[in-house]
Design a protein. Structure first.
Lengths: 475, 215
């Protein structure tokens, strides 16, 4: 009998029962909540007269609607200028209070983007099932956890039953071996992967990221990669537990301590795919082939290396893809064949659940240190992922480096990743963004998003157009 | 949830691949704390020429004359024909809420993104996967014939064209059962309450760190 994949092990450990129709009832360890996808679920609970099954499984924090501007933020929830946003954040507060769910409120130092907060607090632990009404829940798979996004009906289902009805996914292994070149970051790795497999390549699969590159990658890097599994179509992205995982988790506020810690570590060390495990699909990628990436279109698979040109629609052999490319070029206001480095930018956004952790901010600060944002850039935002990340960055003086260079240092929130707060693009504006989606209108009505790494975004802020960050590293 | 048995309705096109949930319902409308009322903002950025705001009366907004759902021939449509990877991106259930509120009860596509696919079943919408060639034929027939209607016979698992052609589709037995009977699956899961409790007790012994209090 073949061994088990990491996904198989996590599935088996949480399987309450297989049902007659072939779906499984899966037990949920950790449930993260934010203000956008939870109000209707809480309302459903109330209407049905139900209580949360296990209160301590749940943790909440507002992130999507929370203002990043320092002045607006200082007055707390009452200071949110947009009334509809304010009501949504207040509703989360009220629901958490009513049901007794722990919440990091708007101006708590532990508040932040839910996918930054969970790991940094030790609320995300290896081996857990982690769900949230947010597709980027895949982030937590970096810990050898089974983590994925769910809809609001499922949020209610988890609150009421501590379980989810799931169809087991197939197993995919994406192996990246070799060493990454200087200036090539985890963001470039995952954008490259999405370029290879396509935005639906992982549909129906749980992806495990394996190989030398991920073994050598920090936890924050692994989170960036797993975060974007969903952009490759997979709800679940995972990395096996190793010493890097254990060291990151140790000593976090909600990590187990003492004897419980030792017992947990003994179990966590089993969380890797067996050598003879079967994967339904295996993709091999060479690290040396990965260059800094820039998306040119309106789907995350529309991505090329920074030293390439915007592709011509005719280069796609599939008719649907060709039409999509034509439409994307029109929306993006780009010419086929123009060099990526000729794309001029209006705004720069460094933040989001993909790239707002301390290592991301350090990488961006290293690029802008002692330089000035180009005069043609209307705005360059740096939005830390949590109050803790913000405090750490300030302790290291990164905020000073950013503001001296002309970037704005903001308060933790999802911000311009999806423009639910006041941070947004205007029609036609090009943005170098460290976020995860370049869909039409994602960062603002008519806005044009280019997905890049923090170092690439920072370099673009200084130059006013895309530049190959490897040239800066070599210099 | 409204039960779904047999539906006969006008088919309308969403003729592009990788339609994401941001496109189905843009983020500004996600600020609502309700489950209903999203229909007027379905495909907002494609459907109107201006930028929509939450709570706005959409009846006087400038319509995009090139967007098919604005064509007279597709008014009242309840079946959406779509292409590959429909519903990708954000997990927002506001996407099926908007489709349902607009009047769509069925989406037919060669493939769907996983989370959206799942969310449909919770809202009385039947997502039907047919092979790409078949979907393409349906598109061509629909374009060629104004008032083109499809019948979705869920109990028989068939899509029936105006010519009487019957196209079989697959659907999970549990999802089918819930759709036909309009059932809320929380109630069904809670029938297994005893098994969940005994699993939880066993699991608590094995992994006590999962059960640490947060307060």
């Amino acid at each position: 009998m073949a061994g088990k994949t990491l996904y198989d092990k996590l599935w088996d450990a949480h399987l309450v029962k297989m049902r007659d129709d072939g779906t499984g009832l899966i037990y949920i360890d950790r449930h993260l909540l934010h203000e956008v996808t939870s109000p209707q679920a809480f309302e459903g609970l109330r209407l049905a007269g139900r209580q949360p099954w296990r209160i301590d499984a749940n943790i909440a924090t507002p992130d999507h609607n929370v203002p990043s501007a320092v002045a607006e933020r200082s007055a707390g929830v009452d200071g949110i200028a947009d009334e509809v946003s304010r009501i949504q954040v207040i509703t989360l507060d009220e629901n958490c209070e009513h049901f007794g769910i722990k919440e990091f409120k708007i101006n708590d130092v532990n508040q932040g983007i839910v996918h930054v907060v969970g790991p940094e607090q030790g609320l995300t632990l290896p081996g857990m099932t982690v769900v949230c009404g947010d597709s980027h829940t895949a982030t937590h798979g970096a810990f050898g956890a089974l983590a994925h996004g769910i809809g609001t009906s499922e949020v209610e289902h988890v609150l009421a039953t501590q379980c989810l009805i799931q169809k087991k996914s197939k197993n995919m292994l994406i192996k990246v071996d070799g060493k990454l070149g200087a200036g090539v970051t985890p963001k470039d790795v995952v954008l490259h992967i999405i370029g290879v497999i396509g935005t639906a390549g992982g549909t129906g699969f749980a992806i495990e990221f394996g190989g030398e590159v991920f073994r050598n990658m920090s936890m924050e890097g692994r989170m960036t990669v797993c975060n974007m599994a969903i952009e490759g179509g997979a709800r679940v992205g995972m990395v096996a537990v190793d010493r890097t995982t254990i060291e990151y988790v140790k000593g976090r506020p909600f990590s187990p301590k003492g004897e419980l810690w030792d017992k947990a570590v003994a179990y966590w060390n089993t969380l890797h795919s067996d050598a003879d495990a079967h994967f339904d699909r295996v993709i091999d990628i060479h690290a040396a082939d990965i260059k800094p990436q820039v998306s040119w279109g309106t789907s995350p698979e529309m991505v090329v290396p920074v030293d390439a040109a915007v592709p011509t629609p005719a280069s796609f052999d599939d008719d649907v893809k060709r039409r999509a490319a034509e439409r994307a070029l029109e929306y993006m206001g780009l010419q086929a064949g123009q060099p990526i480095t000729s794309i001029k930018l209006d705004r720069v956004f460094i933040g989001s659940c993909t790239n707002s952790r301390i290592e991301d901010l350090r990488a961006a600060a290293a690029v802008v240190k002692g330089k000035k944002v180009a005069a043609s850039i209307k705005q360059a935002l740096v939005v830390p992922g949590s109050g803790q990340v913000k405090a750490q960055a300030e302790a290291e003086g990164l905020d000073q480096i950013f503001t001296a260079a002309g970037l704005e240092w903001r308060e933790p929130s999802c911000s311009m990743c999806l423009a639910m707060n006041a941070d947004k693009l205007l029609p036609g504006e090009h943005c170098a963004s460290t976020s995860n989606r370049n869909f039409e209108g994602r960062q603002g009505f008519g806005g044009r998003t280019h997905l890049v790494s923090p170092a690439m975004a920072a370099a673009a802020a200084i130059a006013g157009h895309f530049v190959d960050v490897r040239d800066l590293v070599r210099a | 949830m409204k039960p779904f048995t047999v539906l006969k309705g006008i088919a309308a096109p969403m003729d592009r691949a990788n339609v994401d949930t941001d496109m189905i319902i843009p983020k500004q409308f996600l600020k609502s704390i309700k489950r209903s009322g999203f229909g007027p903002n379905l495909f907002d950025e494609l459907r109107y020429l201006d930028e929509g705001q939450p709570g706005q009366d959409c009846s006087n907004r400038p319509l995009n004359p090139e967007f098919p759902l604005n064509f007279p021939r597709y008014q009242g449509a309840s079946v959406l024909l779509a292409r590959e990877n429909f519903g990708c991106g954000s997990s927002r259930e506001h996407a099926p809420w908007a489709l349902e509120d607009y009047g769509f009860r069925c989406v037919i596509a060669p493939s769907f993104a996983d989370i959206f696919f799942n969310n449909c079943f919770k809202n009385g919408i039947v997502p039907i996967v047919l092979d790409a060639n078949t979907v393409d034929q349906l598109f061509q027939q629909m374009y060629a014939s104004e008032g083109y209607q499809l019948t979705i016979d869920l109990p028989a698992q068939q899509v029936i064209t105006p010519d009487g052609e019957k196209i079989a589709f697959e659907i999970g037995a549990f999802n089918k059962h819930c759709l036909i009977n309009g059932l809320d699956d929380i109630g069904i899961t809670l029938q297994d309450e005893g098994e969940i409790r005994s699993f939880e007790e066993r699991y608590r012994q094995q992994a006590p760190w999962v059960f640490q209090p947060l307060q």
